[in-house]
Every structure is written in structure tokens, then in C-alpha cells.
Design a protein around this ligand. Structure first.
Ligand code: 3LM
Length: 402
């Protein structure tokens, strides 16, 4: 197999990891098989004992999924990758693997709602302690670090308000306290095209591949990327025994197909989001815009410094904003959209709008929303791939109704 280490991002997304063993198909076939036949009892035993390579059972590995995992590792620049049936499957499998009773986790306060609830009421049930901190504040992180801190977990840009964490500063602070701490970045919003958390000092990257990586709104999936030893443990313990959250081969095929256009899709998402953010910023009915691409955004500098894996600063396809008149005005704006659709999720061809306080982040109570910097009236937009003039025209006509 050719090594695409020095190739460009799109080239890696298209070619890295491909295997064309039988008949030379251009697209990786779907190995829709739960189990794999052993030639002899000896061979089966050897595979179980790890003394011989080869597939056993799809929960442990599958040829279609393996190609996808190799490709993701090539994109994130990691030694290895494990695919999961959802982003939550990836996050829960990672934390079940690296934590034990008595472990301490530092997590940013601004997280996707289900990640927040998993940490705040899920893990804590099993004797894992969680401190929620604003990880933008490195001193607050330093004060929260303990002897038993096992994990530092954050999203950047964060869901839903596009808060940007200085990844290198955070990873350095955690590792100088204890080099064994696993610094985990949820890279869903940025994708490896824009941001490479492992190069910035993180140990593990997690993804909801449901979003940009697949990009077509038809798959739920997740990934974790990191060193070989950690990923092997994650596969053989977290995935195999603890969550069983395995990705199906057909979904792996769909993501392989989606990844072929990741670079050009992201270029368009970024371009559309930037223009939409500029439009919103200038709109008299808008109170505040959150988008790290705007020079006026408080995270612009740090975002430009770390969201440039593609060779130039690029700020992603997500925009959040507050309408004057708060929650009710925001709801009216959403209800009057004609082309953009009201839906959670992100990274699809269609422009999606949603209201975090009652949807993706409805598990946060009012106090936690305030602490996380999520305004009650915040509207989140996933800028799609439509022509920008049509996206803006839709917002324009809807603004006239409020
Ligand atoms: C959403 N987010 O609309 P899955 N990490 C991040 C995420 O945004 C998400 C996950 C992990 C949304 C989903 S809300 C019901 C829809 C940063 C998901 C979890 O398990 O693949 O959904 O990923 O913000």
C-alpha cells in the first residue's frame, strides 16, 4: 500500500488506506458480514490469542471499517483510529477505557448536551469525579488539576457557541502537571482539515462523524484517534466489552464516500459561514454574533493560530447568534425560514438552524447555561452548501417577519 504521508488533505481523504485486493474495485466493497470463517480450528484459536492477523467478528474489526479507520488516522495524523456507531459511542468508549473508580476528569463547561449529561450524571454514578471548568482560563485549569486527574476533555470550537480553546496551552498545562493525563479534544466542529489537535499536544481526538466527515445527513457514527497502544485498548476493552458501539459496514462505506469530498465541502462551508456571519453582524436586528472568523470575535486570534491545518486560517461552517428580542424573536426567525430547515445536527449540505437552549443543550439548566455562556435566545446555524445568496435571502425574508 502506498504511503500518502506527504500528500495533500484531499488526496489523503481519497487515496490513503485504500485496499483493492480482489477484482480491483475503485470503491471499497461493503463486507456486510457479522463473522469471518476460519480455515481451521487452529487458525481460529490463533486469531483469538492474537498470534495471527485476520478478522474474527465485526464488533472487533471489519475490512470496510478498517479502510475507513486507516483513512481517518491518515487525516488526523494519528498512529491508529477506532470507528464507532456514534459520536457518543466514541466518547463513552474512550472514557470507560481510560477512567476507573476514583478517577478525576476536568471537562470544559461548554459541551454538546449529551456529552455534558454523560459526564455530569452518567460517569459520576460510577465513582468518577468530574470538575467543569472554563478551559479558556488556563489558571482555572491549573487550580482544578489533582493527583488523580486522568482526563482533560474539551471541544474546540465548542458546541453551540463557538468558544475556542487554546489547545496547545491547555495540553501543555495538563502535561506539565502529569504527562500521563489524557488530553482529549472533540474535533467535530473543526474537522482534521482545519485543525490537528494531536499536533497541538492532545493525546486523543474524538469525532461525531455524523457531521462533516460523512457530510450527507444519512449516517450516525463516531471516531477516536490516537496512539496505537491506547487505540488497541480502546478497541479490545471499550468497544469490544464495555459499549459494543460498533459501526456497521454499510455506514463505513457511506463515510468513505463522504470523505472523498470533505476538503471541497469544508471550503464551501467555511466560505458560506464567513459570509453569513458578516451579514448577521451588520444586521440591525442581531444583538451578537459568535463566529471565530470575524476579526471582532474574542477568539479570532487563537482560532487563526490553530485552525489552519489546511495551510491558511479557516474557521468552520458553524455560526451562532442572538437576535434582539431574545428567545421569542429567535423562535419567530426560525419558524419563518423557507429554505433553511429547523433541525439539530450539523455539517450537512442543507443549512440547518436550531435553538440550543430547548434542543441540543436542553439538558443544561438555566444556571449551567449561563455558566457555559449559552444565551437563552442563542440560535445556531450550520451553514450548508447552498449558494450563499439564497441562504442570506432566506434569513433576510425571515427577519422582516420579526
Ligand atoms: C448537535 N451533536 O446537533 P453523535 N460531539 C459533538 C457533537 O456536536 C455531537 C456529538 C459529539 C448534535 C447532535 S442533538 C440530538 C444532535 C461536538 C452531536 C455526539 O452521537 O454522532 O450524535 O455525536 O449538536
Amino acid at each position: 500500500m502506498k504511503d500518502y504521508k506527504n500528500a495533500g488533505f484531499a488526496t489523503r481523504a481519497i487515496h490513503a488506506g485504500n485496499i483493492r485486493k480482489q477484482h480491483g474495485p475503485l470503491a471499497m466493497p461493503i463486507y456486510q458480514s457479522s463473522t469471518f470463517v476460519f480455515e481451521t480450528t487452529q487458525q481460529g484459536g490463533n486469531r483469538f490469542a492474537g498470534e495471527e492477523g485476520g478478522y474474527i467478528y465485526t464488533r472487533l474489526g471489519n475490512p470496510t471499517t478498517s479502510v475507513l479507520e486507516a483513512k481517518l488516522a491518515a487525516l488526523e495524523g494519528s498512529q491508529a483510529c477506532v470507528a464507532f456507531s456514534s459520536g457518543m459511542g466514541a466518547i463513552t468508549s474512550v472514557l470507560w477505557t481510560v477512567c476507573k473508580k476514583g478517577s478525576h476528569i476536568i471537562a470544559d463547561i461548554t459541551l454538546y448536551g449529551c456529552t455534558f449529561v454523560y459526564l455530569s450524571s452518567g460517569m459520576t454514578k460510577y465513582g468518577v469525579e468530574v470538575s467543569f471548568v472554563d478551559t479558556c482560563d488556563i489558571n482555572a485549569v491549573k487550580n482544578a488539576l489533582k493527583e488523580n486527574t486522568e482526563v482533560v476533555l474539551f471541544e474546540s470550537p465548542a458546541n453551540p457557541n463557538l468558544k475556542v480553546i487554546d489547545i496547545k496551552a491547555l495540553a501543555d498545562a495538563a502535561h506539565s502537571h502529569n504527562p500521563n493525563i489524557k488530553v482529549i479534544c472533540d474535533n467535530t466542529f473543526a474537522t482534521p482539515m482545519l485543525q490537528k489537535p494531536l499536533d497541538l499536544g492532545c493525546d486523543i481526538v474524538v469525532h461525531s462523524a455524523t457531521k462533516y466527515l460523512n457530510g450527507h445527513g444519512d449516517v450516525i457514527a463516531g471516531f477516536a484517534c490516537g496512539n496505537e497502544d491506547v487505540m488497541t485498548e480502546l478497541r479490545m476493552v471499550g468497544l469490544k466489552d464495555m459499549t459494543g458501539a460498533v459501526l456497521g459496514p454499510f455506514d463505513a462505506f457511506l463515510i468513505l464516500r463522504g470523505l472523498k469530498t470533505l476538503e471541497i465541502r469544508m471550503q464551501r462551508h467555511c466560505e458560506n459561514a464567513m459570509k453569513l456571519a458578516e451579514y448577521l453582524k451588520a444586521h440591525p436586528k442581531v444583538e451578537r454574533v459568535h463566529f471565530p472568523g470575524l476579526k471582532s470575535d474574542r477568539f479570532h486570534e487563537v482560532a487563526a493560530k490553530q485552525m489552519n491545518a489546511c495551510g491558511y486560517p479557516a474557521f468552520g461552517g458553524m455560526v451562532a447568534f442572538e437576535v434582539k428580542g431574545g428567545r421569542q424573536a429567535g423562535a419567530k426567525l426560525l419558524d419563518n425560514m423557507q429554505m433553511c430547515v429547523i433541525a439539530v445536527s450539523l455539517g450537512d449540505a442543507e443549512t440547518l438552524v436550531q435553538h440550543p437552549a430547548t434542543m441540543t443543550h436542553s439538558v443544561y439548566d438555566a444556571a449551567s447555561l449561563a455558566e457555559a455562556g449559552i444565551a437563552e435566545g442563542l440560535v445556531r446555524v450550520s451553514a450548508g452548501l447552498e449558494n450563499i445568496q439564497d441562504i442570506i435571502a432566506d434569513f433576510d425574508q425571515s427577519f422582516t417577519k420579526i
